[in-house]
Design a protein around this ligand. Structure first.
Ligand code: ZN
Length: 210
């Protein structure tokens, strides 16, 4: 895929997420790894109305090269790319249901959403921890996200929202969508005792699709 095609795809997927309510206002940001750096959504930009030619282009050390000024949350993306060499894209949203789960004090913060469906396991993996709350922009958030991302493809920032990686841009967006659906199921099923996938069923999924 050429860089021009990647820019167009990023804007199309972002607009689709926005149209379906996965982000509101100027919330949410998306990045893609390129052979010579990264593309990143600009600061204060709505995911619904991105211009492919104005996306921020960053070098391999995340320094802006061209385009509009990058999102203030660029460090979340940097932490993921540094922790996960296979990551080709990172999506950060403030999507409602996943954010709701991130606000619950009485869930397992090492892995709040149990394996309810195979699709969540296939897209998001075995575990997705909640990283403790930090004020937006707090420099201490980056090392915390880096540590959590070392063994998780996706995380929830407490009282904030999900950060999801994928091998490709499409993979990362699909994983963010699947995470939101899993969070919705989890919230619907709270107080009941659903049948979960067994550990061997999870192992089988990850061995086959992981
Ligand atoms: Zn955010």
């Amino acid at each position: 895929m050429t860089q021009a095609q990647t820019r167009t795809l990023l804007c199309e997927l972002a607009a689709s997420l926005f149209a379906r309510g996965f982000s509101v206002g100027s919330a949410g940001n998306i990045s893609v790894r390129l052979p010579d750096g990264y593309l990143m959504t600009p600061t204060n930009a709505s995911l619904g109305r991105l211009d492919p030619d104005r996306l921020s282009k960053l070098d391999g050390d995340f320094r802006p090269i061209s385009g509009d000024k990058p999102s203030k949350e660029v460090f979340l993306h940097r932490a993921f790319y540094r922790a996960r060499p296979e990551a080709g894209a990172v999506v950060h949203l403030h999507s409602t249901q996943a954010t709701a789960v991130s606000c619950l004090p009485d869930v397992d913060h090492t892995n709040p959403i149990p394996p309810l469906t195979p699709y969540f396991v296939m897209r998001v993996g075995r575990r997705m921890p909640i990283v403790p709350y930090y004020r937006p922009g707090d420099a201490a958030m980056e090392p915390a996200v880096y540590q959590a991302a070392l063994d998780a493809r996706a995380i929830l920032l407490a009282n904030h929202g999900p950060v999801v990686s994928g091998k490709t841009l499409t993979d990362a967006v699909y994983a963010a969508e699947e995470l939101e659906e899993a969070a919705k199921l989890f919230l619907m099923l709270r107080g009941s005792a659903p049948r979960l996938l067994t550990p061997s069923q999870v192992d089988d999924l990850l061995a086959t699709f992981g």
